[in-house]
Write a protein that binds this ligand. Structure first.
Ligand code: WTA
Length: 668
C-alpha cells in the first residue's frame, strides 16, 4: 500500500544535512516494496548518495562496471565548466550496440523478448527476441556500410514509432555512425534544417505513417520536400510501413526490405572511444535555431543504464513500457538505450492514448502484463478528463511502478494516477531531466523515497543540484526558491552543441560561472525536496514538447501580412501550457479569417502541427521598452488573464499599448 501519514518521522539526509520529512501530504512506499528493491530504504538512499557526492570518481567507477568495455578507461572524468569541457571514462573503449544486444545473446538470453512492438491498430503487434534483433541490426548495419556510411558519418532518421527505428539506431552505433532522430511530426522545413545542420549523409524514413485516426501521414512525401535542399544526402532508405504508393527517386532511394534481404548477417561492432559521438538530438532553445545536442558513447550509456535500473527498480523478468516517442530524448534513453543495455523487454507503441478508445493504454498494459509504466502528465490529464470507466473495465494488476516526465505534474493528476491507475499500490516516480542531461537527475526511488504529489523529490546519486539567485549566488537552506543549476558533472551530460561549442558554453555555462544552468526554476521545500516550477527562459513546454518562442515567432512572421509576432505560454488544461500569439499586421492589412489561417499553416509548415498556436490575438502594437525589447512579462499576464497585477509598466515606450491589448479581442 502507498498511504498517507499525517505526522511524519522519516529521517533522511540530503547533502549531509539531517532533515525530517514532515509534510502531511506525503506518500510512503509500502513494506512489500521495501524487501526486494535495489534501493530499499531512505537510509540506503542517503548512504549511497553521500558516498557518491564524497567520492564521485570512485562511485562512477563502480557504476561503469555494469557495461562491457573492450578496454577500461584511464581516468574517470575530466570536467571544466569554465571551458564547457566534459569527458567521462577517458580512453575507455566500448560499443553501444554490443552492450544493448550481443552480450545478452552471449550470456544465454537470446530467446528473451527485447522489443514488443504494439501497432497503432490493436490487432497489430510484433515481438523481437534479442537474437532476432541482433540479426536485423547486423543486416541493416551492413546496408548502411554498403551505402557508404562510415564511422563518424551522420544518419538522419525520420520515422514514426516502428521497429525499424530502433533497429536503425542500434545499427548506426554498431558501425560508429551518429544518428540524428527527427520527430515524425516535424515538417519538411524542420527536417531540412536539421539534416543540413549536421550534414547527414543518409536519410531513413518510411512510406507513410499511421497514428490514431490518421492513417496516411506523408512521411516520404515530407522527406522529398526536405531533400530538395539537402546537398549532403546521398541515399534514402524507405521502410514499407503501409504499402501506400509513393515516389522513389532513381539512384537515390532504396527500399529497406529489398536491401536487407540479402545483406550479410556478419557485422562486428566497431570499437568506439567513450567520447566518440553516439547521437545528435535537436531541441529548442531561446533562439530561433534548434540546438543539436550531442551525446557520446561511454558516459551516456552508463548513465542511461544505471538510472533505468535504479529509478524504475527494473528486475530481470519485468516488462517495461515508456510511452514516449523515440523522436524525443525520453525515447532514446528510456525505450532504447537504458532498457536494452539492461537486457529488458521494452515496449514500443506506435499509437496514441485515445485510439481506438480512451482505454488503449490500459489495454496494452493488460495485454503485455506491463510492470513499469512511464508517461507524461499531459497524457494523464487527457485521460483523467474522460472519467474512470475506461480504467475500471481493465485489470492493471501487473503494474508495479508508475513514472512521469516532461513537465510538472499537478496534484489532481498525480492523485488520479496513484489511485485509479496504481490502485494506491504503485509508487510514482516523477522524474525531472532534460535532453541535455541524457538521463534522470531528480526523482524519487520507488521503494525508498516518500513522495509528495508534484515534487520530483531528491537528487539521484552523484547529482548535486543547487538553487541560484539571479545574481548567481547559491541559495542555501530549505524553503527557498531560485534558478536550478548543477555544480558538478555526471556521465550522461551532453558534451557540446553540434558544430557550435561556443553556443554550448554561452547557453549553459556563461551566466553562472562554474555551474551548468538548466533554464528551469525550482523551489526546495522545508524537507529539501525539489519542486520544478518550469522554464525561466523563452522556451515553452507544450504537452511535454519543448518549443522555443522564437521559433514560433519566426514561423508566424513568414505568413503574409504579418509585421511582428510575440509568443508566450498560458496555462492549458490538457497540454499544461498552450501557445498564445500576439500578432501585429502590416499597415493597411486587417485581421481576417484568411490571415489567421495563413498564420496557422505557416507554423505547421515551418515547424510542425504540434507547434500551432492555441490563441492568436491581433494587436495594433506590442509592448516594448524604449530600447525596442518586447516585454513578455506583460504579454504573459494578459495571456494568463491576470491583468490586475501588471507590475511596473513605466519603462514601456508607450504604456497605452497595454490598455489596448487588454481590451483586444482574442481569436482562437
Ligand atoms: C521540463 C524531457 C517538471 C523542464 C526529459 C525541463 C519537467 C524540460 C520534468 C526538458 C518534471 C522535464 N517536472 N518539469 N518531472 N521533466 N521537465 O529536453 O522544464 O524535452 O527543462 O526533456 O522539461 O525537456 P526535454
Amino acid at each position: 500500500m502507498v498511504y498517507i501519514l499525517n505526522a511524519l518521522t522519516i529521517k533522511c539526509l540530503n547533502k549531509g544535512k539531517s532533515i525530517m520529512v514532515r509534510d502531511n501530504n506525503t506518500y510512503f512506499p509500502s513494506s512489500k516494496w521495501l524487501e526486494n528493491a535495489h534501493v530499499n530504504s531512505i537510509d540506503k538512499y542517503n548512504e549511497i548518495y553521500e558516498e557518491s557526492i564524497k567520492d564521485p570518481d570512485q562511485f562512477w567507477t563502480s557504476v561503469a562496471d555494469r557495461i562491457d568495455w573492450y578496454k577500461r578507461w584511464d581516468k574517470v572524468s575530466d570536467v571544466d565548466y569554465n571551458k564547457a569541457k566534459i569527458s567521462w571514462y577517458l580512453n575507455g573503449k566500448l560499443n553501444v550496440s554490443y552492450n544493448c544486444i550481443d552480450r545478452h545473446v552471449e550470456s544465454g538470453n537470446g530467446d528473451k523478448t527485447a522489443i514488443i512492438w504494439e501497432g497503432n491498430d490493436p490487432s497489430e503487434d510484433k515481438k523481437y527476441t534479442y537474437s532476432e534483433l541482433l540479426i536485423r541490426v547486423k543486416k541493416f548495419a551492413n546496408v548502411l556500410k554498403s551505402l557508404g556510411v562510415k564511422k563518424g558519418d551522420r544518419v538522419c532518421l525520420y520515422m514514426q514509432m516502428i521497429p525499424e527505428l530502433s533497429i536503425a539506431m542500434l545499427a548506426c552505433c554498431r558501425i560508429g555512425a551518429v544518428h540524428s532522430v527527427v520527430f515524425g511530426a516535424f515538417s519538411a522545413d524542420s527536417l531540412r534544417d536539421r539534416i543540413n545542420d549536421s550534414s547527414c549523409k543518409i536519410l531513413i524514413t518510411q512510406d507513410t505513417g499511421v497514428r490514431g485516426v490518421k492513417n496516411n501521414i506523408p512521411m516520404k512525401e515530407n522527406a522529398d520536400k526536405a531533400l530538395i535542399n539537402t546537398p549532403s544526402i546521398d541515399s534514402v532508405v524507405v521502410v514499407k510501413r503501409t504499402g501506400v504508393n509513393i515516389e522513389m527517386v532513381d539512384g537515390r532511394d532504396v527500399w529497406w526490405h529489398e536491401e536487407t534481404i540479402n545483406a550479410s548477417e556478419d557485422c562486428e561492432p566497431v570499437e568506439m572511444d567513450s567520447e566518440d559521438p553516439l547521437f545528435i538530438l535537436y531541441t529548442s532553445g531561446s533562439t530561433g535555431k534548434p540546438k543539436g545536442v550531442l551525446h557520446t558513447s561511454g558516459g551516456y550509456l552508463v548513465y542511461a543504464s544505471y538510472t533505468h535500473e535504479i529509478i524504475f527498480d527494473y528486475k530481470k523478468n519485468d516488462v517495461y513500457w515508456c510511452t514516449a516517442d523515440i523522436g524525443w530524448i525520453t525515447g532514446h534513453s528510456y525505450i532504447v538505450y537504458g532498457p536494452m543495455s539492461n537486457g529488458a523487454t521494452t515496449i514500443m507503441f506506435e499509437g496514441v492514448p485515445n485510439y481506438p478508445d480512451f482505454g488503449r493504454f490500459w489495454d496494452v498494459v493488460d495485454k503485455h502484463n506491463v510492470n513499469q509504466f512511464y508517461t507524461a502528465p499531459t497524457a494523464l490529464r487527457a485521460l483523467m478528463k474522460e472519467g474512470n470507466t475506461w480504467v475500471e473495465s481493465r485489470n492493471l494488476s501487473s503494474l508495479r511502478i508508475l513514472g512521469t516526465v516532461g513537465e510538472p505534474i499537478k496534484e489532481p493528476e498525480w492523485k488520479w494516477y496513484n489511485k485509479i491507475i496504481g490502485k494506491e499500490n504503485c509508487p510514482i516516480v516523477d522524474t525531472w531531466w532534460q535532453t541535455e542531461t541524457g538521463g534522470i537527475l531528480i526523482s524519487p526511488l520507488p521503494a525508498a523515497t516518500p513522495t509528495k504529489p508534484g515534487s520530483a523529490t531528491l537528487p539521484f546519486f552523484g547529482i548535486n543540484p543547487v538553487l541560484l539567485s539571479d545574481e548567481g549566488e547559491e541559495i542555501e537552506g530549505n524553503n527557498r526558491q531560485g534558478l536550478l543549476a548543477l555544480n558538478t558533472s555526471w556521465p550522461g551530460q551532453m558534451r557540446t552543441i553540434y558544430g557550435d561549442h561556443k553556443r554550448f558554453f554561452d547557453t549553459y555555462f556563461s551566466q553562472f560561472s562554474g555551474y551548468y544552468f538548466t533554464g528551469d526554476g525550482a523551489k526546495r521545500d522545508k524537507d529539501g525536496y525539489y519542486w520544478i516550477t518550469g522554464r525561466v527562459d523563452d522556451v515553452l513546454n507544450i504537452s511535454g514538447h519543448r518549443i522555443g518562442t522564437a521559433e514560433v515567432e519566426g514561423a508566424i512572421g513568414k505568413a503574409n501580412g504579418v509585421a511582428e509576432a510575440a509568443v508566450v505560454g498560458f496555462p492549458h488544461d490538457i497540454k499544461g501550457q498552450g501557445i498564445y500569439a500576439f500578432v501585429t499586421l502590416m499597415t493597411g492589412i486587417d485581421s481576417s479569417e484568411i490571415i489567421l489561417k495563413s498564420i496557422i499553416s505557416s507554423v505547421a509548415k515551418e515547424i510542425g502541427p504540434h507547434a500551432k498556436p492555441d490563441k492568436v490575438q491581433f494587436a495594433p502594437a506590442l509592448p516594448k521598452t524604449r530600447s525596442g525589447k518586447i516585454m513578455r512579462r506583460i504579454l504573459r499576464k494578459i495571456a494568463e488573464k491576470d491583468v490586475n497585477s501588471m507590475g511596473d509598466i513605466s519603462t514601456l515606450a508607450d504604456p497605452s499599448v497595454v490598455e489596448s491589448l487588454i481590451k483586444g479581442s482574442i481569436q482562437v
